[in-house]
Write a protein that binds this ligand. Structure first.
Ligand code: SAH
Length: 261
């Protein structure tokens, strides 16, 4: 007899700090028998999985190539069919540029039960850490999450008309190297060059860095900063409220207590 197929949980690992996991995500990781994790997932989060859990890194890190999506899908399916509790851990929120739709559809299509556990997305982590809101009454009525990455050599369509709207906070994910071009496009589409803008590297982590500049200058500053961690760019009036000094947690971070197995 075939064993009962296990379940796959597509879990948001948040922006890096383990204490920004949801309790549900923490429980999923602690109960995992197989863990597949992306490059953006912090080591301290992976370390919360049981010692006996099979841990597989699927993303690029330290020069190693990433696994193809098809390979990841097949691997999750195989592990679930062995009856294991599979956790697919993704940086931030799995539903924000996390391919959660594709993976869930593949698994459900093969009869595997899927549960999605949300996480703190990079823009939320950046806002909390540097003291600005993503929406702000009367000034920032909309939040637009878009990507600055390229497809076929051209900037992906970020919905420029909406992105140029003065009451929109734009959060640009991915495409660190295309930020300058994307911000230029925004000005060409009518966003004021003086709009406050921010680039946040490693949001949510103790080593986060903030760059603040008017929209017309931020691209050049990002290029000069030569970031090497993940960067989220935010544009909009609410960004004027950012506090330049990183404010960590109110209390110094405590290591998460491991529960008895
Ligand atoms: N699911 C993730 C996004 C994955 S796409 C989330 O919800 O946050 C990867 C992009 O997300 C990166 O290129 C970067 O733009 C952004 N990102 C992810 N983690 C980040 C972090 N800690 N700080 C800044 N940007 C981050």
């Amino acid at each position: 007899m075939q064993p009962e197929p296990g379940r796959v949980r597509l879990v948001g690992a948040g922006p890096g700090a383990a204490d920004l996991l949801t309790v549900r995500a923490l429980r999923a990781v602690e109960g995992a028998q197989a863990l597949l994790y992306d490059a953006l997932v912090a080591d301290e989060v992976v370390a919360l999985a049981p010692a006996a859990c099979l841990k597989i890194q699927t993303g690029k890190r330290a020069g190693r190539a990433s696994m193809r999506q098809e390979t990841i899908n097949r691997l999750m399916l195989r592990l679930a069919r062995r009856g294991l509790q599979v956790v697919r851990l993704k940086g931030g929120d799995p539903s924000v540029f996390g391919r959660v739709g594709e993976e869930a559809a593949f698994l459900r299509g093969h009869g595997v039960e899927v549960e999605v556990v949300p996480g703190v997305t990079a823009a939320s982590a950046a806002a909390a850490q540097f003291g600005f809101p993503l929406t702000h009454r009367g000034e920032a009525r909309r939040l637009l999450i878009a990507t600055a990455s390229v497809r076929d050599g051209a900037l992906a369509d970020a919905g420029w008309a909406q992105a140029a709207d003065p009451e929109t906070t734009l959060a640009l994910y991915m495409g660190r190297d295309r930020i300058e071009a994307a911000l230029r496009r925004l000005i060409e589409h009518g966003r004021s060059p003086r709009t406050p803008a921010l680039a946040v590297e490693n949001a949510g982590r103790p080593d986060a860095r903030l760059l603040a500049a008017p929209l017309e200058r931020l691209g050049a500053e990002v290029a000069a900063a030569a970031f090497d961690g993940p960067v989220v760019v935010l544009v909009g009036e609410a960004c004027a409220l950012a506090q330049p000094a990183a404010r960590g947690e109110v209390d110094p971070p405590q290591p998460l207590a491991r529960r008895a197995p």
